[in-house]
Design a protein around this ligand. Structure first.
Ligand code: IPT
Length: 955
């Protein structure tokens, strides 16, 4: 054993580590040999950093009794210990740099032989760890080669002198907690382990060390030229056959090129050849600058339509394979997302290759967050304590050096939620000095002292608008900078609401350069007890519940309605059809590409059914251009509600979606809607056994509620104002809007009582007068149900008149009832997915078909979901329901109360009744689970209302 320092000193040492090589560019392959050390490793978990000595690192140690884990992986997701979820609280005492004595420590062992032909005498070798949480000490063949921190950053060690052709012993001791943990307080699961690749790289004599690809684009040159220069620690030649470039490293060449943008990700294959190694390159030419108060790429301002992406897989945590990374990129591209913030750490490096290839703007964020210090007014914050500055600079350098050759990376971010301090300034200065070709971002720098862009999270719409108008004040420097929202629209549970309203504001002011929805994916952990587990499900003493499930895709990457809404709101083509359906205005909302990749198609619907369709010739408008085009003569029809739909589709297969993929669409306002007329004939007739018969329906004479409509049994029909509160209804403590769920429960809206006033049989109607009100309060809703029939069908008009002092909006307003059975559901209205008043952009009016089960949206924590908007009529369970006006349709196999009580999907079991809600109105969704609440125009105020339905037995 070469060294036996105190077993724990390095764990609590604030320095970045010892023994590692200087950071350098990452590249996925070269002609030098490499050996992946991923796979099954021997594993032993111990309860403290020094519970076991380091004898296990010695060759010959017998690990026969040890368990095994997969590397890359987290041991807590492989049956050893359990994960912990906290948002910003440290799950240990805040006592920097000290960490608990109870410090789960995983000893890992891997034995390997060198492959045939690996010449240990030619040059050296490097052992690379792409990610280990949170601190590791490494031995090769019994020699201590160093220790490191910085979980989501690479660390390389020179090991050539220690290698043997066969039976090499690699020993890695990983501690869950270390001084580094204080810098890694991101809102996510704490997941120790070797969670990214471990690779042994042959370093031949004359092999490549670090190199920096400078590939700029000069749009001002007229023809458009790119200038390439590669600075390399080891001299060599640079060739780009497609551009006829063959230069020495350090030399530059200027040639005509197609620039790289996220919309047009042109990459040129090149090669860096040194004496000992050939490294393939993919070069994208582009120039990023902040000029005239705007972030410009290749001279043009860009609008970020972004998401915040954490790395997540429901079984493997942050150990992602290439296909999972590609799935994210493809999903983003297919949903019109054009930018990613790698919240809140550099991702697996291969993800950035995919961003280069498919085209996404990237804000690459450093592995830094010290959010928990906010609990003590930021006292002792490491970023304002010089002792920690070397660790911060080390993290900045490891990110920049690793990722500097990606055209997709346009902005470096210092980290997230780390307060302010000299350490951050030092990072910004170092980054600016090392890479002047990109901008620096940090949201916490509210005055933009160190940064090149003004960045905010979760501001209200009105404030964004004010900033757009330049009315926000602030420092002189900040006033001259563009705004991006590094986080907005909190996608927790049902929502986010208000996306379209933000987008309208972004598109109205140049200074607003878009934003990044929080966040991409729900970090639910697959778990047979719960379906998906969240905070608290592993018995953590501190946790933040389902705040970890706030993504636009579910843990299995199924797109949530929030992603479909976002796709619609940020679509790259605006399609506006005029009121009388004669013209359509097409606007290319992209920043670079023209419309030549798209084909356009029109269709014409009568009562939701397409009766005519064709293609629409749209010129290849340049970015930012619009054109007004004539629609064809509409097909002749004999009445009915008519509507135009125009779609923009991919004209050919692309790397990310097939030909025909719908990129954008627009619908005209519907015309000549047919309201369901019911001319009452006859009237209610009392029948002997306490029943009233009205047309096809039978009512309970005492309560006035229907028991059946024709052959269909109906139970419990009555006014309903309650919804299983959403995460956004529940709201977060720190946001400024009212937390309606709490207010609603305070008022008792979840336990409304229905007092029967009168059951009147007069003329052609059965009229039932009630008052709906909660215990303990004087306010209520006078509710009158007026039933009529034309002999075949049953009509209902509900009139609601609030009385008392309603200081809260209603969650919903409509009726609910039970049906004994229902499976298939057909409707004419908005679809195919869920919508609410402020999440309704993607709701396309058409004929839709689904099932009761498929109508459910599987939010990880069950809550109100699944409403379909603007429904003219629906058929389910043997009933046809026509609405006047249109209504919101919801159907589920459990009651709202059961949905409200459920903590996980596994708590929901079919009740034997299908509960149907027909709503006249819904309260909006908003984003108050972290940000602003429901905008005033989407709030459902208690006001007099009247709405009607016609029920027909079609069973
Ligand atoms: C913001 C964090 O930056 C992000 O990591 C996440 O926690 C998000 O909130 C909520 O899901 S911080 C916010 C509380 C201002």
């Amino acid at each position: 054993m070469s060294s036996r320092t105190s077993a724990t000193d390095y764990v609590e040492d604030v320095s970045p580590g010892s023994g590692a090589l200087p950071p350098r560019a990452w590249y996925p392959r070269s002609d030098a040999a490499s050996l992946s050390l991923n796979g099954r490793w021997r594993f032993r978990l111990s309860p403290a950093a020094d519970a076991e000595d380091d004898a296990f690192a010695e060759p010959g140690y017998d690990a026969g009794g040890w368990a095994e884990v997969s590397v890359p992986g987290h041991w807590v997701l492989q049956g050893h210990g359990s994960p912990i979820y906290t948002n910003h609280l440290y799950p240990f005492p805040v006592d920097p740099p000290h960490v608990p004595t109870e410090n789960p420590t995983g000893d890992h062992l891997r034995f390997f032989d060198l492959p045939e032909g690996w010449d240990v005498t030619d040059g050296g070798a490097v052992l690379r760890f792409d990610g280990v949480e949170s601190c590791a000490r490494v031995w090769l063949n019994g020699t201590d080669i160093g220790e490191f921190k910085g979980s989501r950053l690479p660390h390389e060690f020179a090991v050539g002198h220690l290698l043997k052709p066969a039976r090499n012993v690699l020993a890695v001791r990983v501690h869950q907690w270390s001084a580094g943990s204080y810098l890694e307080d991101q809102d996510q699961w704490w997941l120790p382990g070797i969670f990214r690749d471990v690779t042994l790289l042959h370093r031949p004599v004359g092999g490549v060390l670090d190199f920096f690809v400078h590939a700029s684009y000069d749009h001002a040159a007229g023809t458009g030229t790119g200038t390439l220069r590669i600075d390399s620690d080891v001299a060599g030649r640079v060739t780009v056959p497609g551009l006829g470039i063959d230069i020495a490293t350090g030399e530059s060449a200027t040639v005509p090129v197609e620039p790289w943008t996220a919309e047009t990700p042109t990459l040129y294959d090149g090669l860096l050849a040194t004496e000992g190694e050939r490294v393939p390159l993919r070069i994208g030419f582009r120039t990023v600058e902040s000029t005239g108060g705007l972030i410009k790429v290749n001279g043009k301002a860009v609008l970020f339509k972004g998401v915040n992406r954490h790395e997540w897989h429901p079984e493997h945590g942050r150990a992602l394979d290439l296909e999972t990374m590609r799935a994210d990129v493809l999903l983003m591209k297919r949903h019109n997302v054009n930018a990613v913030r790698t919240s809140h750490y550099p991702p697996h490096p291969a993800f950035l290759d995919l961003c280069d290839e498919y085209g996404l703007w990237v804000i690459d964020e450093c592995d830094l967050e010290t959010h928990g210090f906010t609990e003590q007014a930021w006292r002792d914050n490491p970023v304002d304590d010089d002792r920690w500055t070397p660790a911060l600079l080390d993290r900045a350098a490891r990110m920049v050096e690793r990722d500097k050759n990606h055209p997709s990376v346009v902005i470096w971010s210092l980290g997230n939620e780390a307060g302010t301090g000299r350490g951050l300034t030092a990072m910004a200065e170092w980054i600016h000095g090392r890479d002047a070709s990109r901008l620096v971002h940090y949201e916490g720098d509210i005055d933009c002292r160190d940064t090149d862009v003004y960045s905010r999270m979760y501001p209200e719409h009105a404030e964004v608008e004010r900033i757009g108008r330049g009315l926000d004040g602030g420092t002189r420097k900040r006033r001259a900078l563009p705004l991006i929202l590094c986080e907005y629209a909190h996608a927790m549970g049902n929502g986010p609401g208000g996306l379209a309203d933000y987008q309208r504001i972004f598109e109205s002011h140049d200074r607003l350069q878009g934003g990044f929805v929080w966040e991409w994916i729900d970090h639910g952990i697959e778990d047979e007890r719960f379906g998906y587990a969240y905070g608290g499900d592993f018995g953590e003493e501190l946790h933040d519940g389902n705040f970890v499930c706030d993504g636009l895709v579910f843990p299995d990457r199924r797109p949530s309605p929030g992603l479909l809404e976002y796709k619609k709101v940020i679509e790259p083509v605006g399609i506006g059809i005029d009121g009388d359906g004669t013209t359509v205005r097409v606007t290319n909302k992209q920043d670079f590409a023209d419309l030549s990749a798209l084909a356009f198609a029109w269709s014409y619907q009568v009562d939701g059914e397409t009766v005519g369709s064709g293609s629409l010739a749209v010129p290849a408008l340049a970015a930012g251009e619009s054109a007004e085009l004539k629609l064809p003569e509409p097909p002749a029809t004999d009445g009915g509600e008519t509507q135009w739909t125009v779609r923009a589709l991919l004209a050919a297969d692309t790397a990310w979606a097939p030909k025909g993929h719908v990129v954008a669409w627009g619908q005209s306002a519907p015309r000549a809607r047919r309201a369901p007329a019911l001319v009452a004939t006859g009237g209610p007739v009392a029948s002997g056994e306490g029943l009233i018969v009205l047309g096809p329906a039978v009512f309970d004479a005492r309560t006035g509620t229907p028991r059946s409509i024709g052959s269909v049994e109906v139970t419990g029909l009555r006014l309903d104002v309650w919804r299983a509160t959403t995460d956004n209804d529940d709201g977060a403590a720190w946001q400024s809007d009212p937390r309606y769920a709490e207010l609603w429960r305070g008022f008792g809206l979840h336990r409304m009582r229905h007092r029967l006033g009168a059951v009147e049989q007069a003329g052609d109607a059965l009229t039932v007068r009630t008052r709906v009100a909660p215990a303990g309060r004087e306010l209520g809703l006078a509710t009158v149900y007026r039933w009529t029939s034309d002999g075949d069908r049953l009509g209902l008009t509900v009139s609601v008149t609030p009385d008392g002092d309603w200081t809260v909006p209603l969650p919903r307003l409509g009726i609910r009832f039970g049906l004994p059975a229902a499976d298939r559901v057909r409707w004419f209205g908005g679809g195919p997915e869920e919508a609410y008043p402020d999440t309704k952009s993607a709701s396309l009016v058409s004929r839709w078909e689904s099932t009761v089960d498929e109508l459910q949206i599987p939010y990880v924590r069950p809550q109100e979901n699944g409403a379909r908007a603007d429904v003219r009529w629906a058929e389910l369970g043997g009933l046809r329901i026509d609405g006047d006006p249109e209504f919101w349709l919801t159907a589920r196999r459990w009651t709202t109360e059961q949905l409200d009580a459920a903590a996980h999907r596994t708590d929901l079991t079919p009740s034997g009744t299908v509960w149907v809600n027909l709503d006249h109105a819904q309260h909006g969704i908003g984003s108050a689970s972290c940000g602003p609440g429901v905008l005033p125009r989407y709030r459902l105020h208690a006001e007099p209302a009247e709405f009607s339905f016609v029920f027909t037995d079609i069973g």
